[in-house]
Write a protein that binds this ligand. Structure first.
Ligand SMILES: Nc1ncnc2c1ncn2[C@@H]1O[C@H](COP(=O)(O)OP(=O)(O)O)[C@@H](O)[C@H]1O
Ligand SMILES: O=C(O)C(=O)C[C@H](O)[C@H](O)COP(=O)(O)O
Length: 306
């Protein structure tokens, strides 16, 4: 059995509905990637989520939701006296902003038990993590996680890093820049967004972004750029350009990048080129942004996620 593990924090999500109410769901960038990967992969793959949750009813609810949606939770550690975080989505002309209540979430303990971390990273075919996975940890624990990922990569895992910048979660801009380079240095695949790289590193072109992540050892880099052309580079192949289809009805851009990551990695591990993976990923993301909330089960012919 092949194992696809996403690592990070899943939260209770409050997403606005058209009648002015909020719909409760569960989401988090790496969990969203796992959810999309689960929809796309066949039964020869187990999709797992690696995190830490509490032992309370809210944590029970999250695990039940994951299991009901085919995500293996045996890679989740449970601790007393903590619970899961919460965030709400605010929408303005289809663009979203988030408010978080996550400072004390159990997921912040992700790298506190290194032996456990090694046990869940061992013998995985794909491990995906993000800038958010790193941002929620202390600077020391970021190093612990990076070392564990490096060991897993040496053991044969394809490690993928979605940079997903959330400036509010980092202690400083310098810490964020260092964290992104650290994450990329233990990854085979890096999935940055150009607007974020521009703001964070002052990149002038996508080539600058590609150059930085190549330098620290990435083998595949897809620089997303919203509705504009994605520049994708792969070792031994070079750069390709993939322009997303035009979407006139952007309802909620939440999880555009997360669904892109799921679609990209699933296509790549099935033997496609990085350019083909980008095309598939863009097609999925284009559908996701035409729906509210992070997870869009109706794309796959299913009812609403909650
Ligand atoms: N307005 C849009 N029209 C068409 N595709 C889009 C649009 N916004 C995002 N996408 C698709 O979603 C992908 C990820 O979006 P982007 O906003 O760049 O990433 P992130 O959400 O990680 O910041 C893009 O590469 C593109 O394929
Ligand atoms: O911000 C966080 O910590 C979250 O995980 C909440 C969201 O579900 C994702 O951030 C969505 O990610 P995008 O694909 O970039 O829209």
């Amino acid at each position: 059995m092949n194992r696809f593990l996403c690592l990070g924090e899943c939260m209770v999500e409050l997403a606005p509905t058209s009648d002015g109410l909020y719909r409760m769901g569960y989401a988090g960038d790496t969990f969203n990637c796992a959810w999309y990967a689960r929809q796309l992969l066949g039964d020869d793959w187990t999709v797992q989520y690696g995190t830490v949750v509490g032992q309370d009813a809210a944590s029970d609810g999250m695990l039940e939701y994951m299991e009901n949606h085919g995500i293996d939770t045996s890679t989740i550690r449970r601790v007393p006296d903590r619970t899961v975080g919460l965030y709400s989505i605010q929408l303005k002309n289809g663009e979203r902003s988030f408010s978080y209540w996550r400072g004390e979430a159990a997921a912040r303990l992700l790298a506190d038990d290194e032996a456990w971390l090694d046990s869940i990273l061992k013998d995985r075919q794909v491990i995906q993590f993000s800038g958010i996975t790193l941002a929620i940890l202390s600077p020391e624990k970021r190093q612990v996680l990076a070392r564990a990922l490096a060991r897993a990569r040496e053991g044969g895992a394809l490690v993928a890093f979605d940079t997903n910048l959330r400036p509010k979660l980092w202690e400083s801009e310098q810490a964020m820049r260092d964290g992104l380079v650290l994450g990329a240095s233990v990854a085979d695949v890096v999935l940055p967004s150009f607007d974020e790289e521009e703001a964070c590193f002052g990149d002038k072109t996508q080539a600058d972004t590609i150059a930085r992540y190549r330098e620290v050892g990435a083998k595949v880099i897809a620089v997303k750029n919203g509705k504009d052309t994605c520049h994708v580079w792969a070792e031994g192949v070079g750069e390709s350009l993939v322009t997303p289809a035009v979407v006139t009805n952007v309802v909620d851009s939440t999880a555009a990048g997360d669904s892109f990551a799921g679609g990209f990695l699933v296509t790549l591990v099935q033997g496609a080129t990085a350019a083909e993976a980008t095309k598939e990923a863009s097609e999925l993301a284009a559908q996701v942004i035409q729906r509210r909330g992070a997870l869009a089960p109706d794309i796959f012919g299913k009812g609403h996620a909650t």
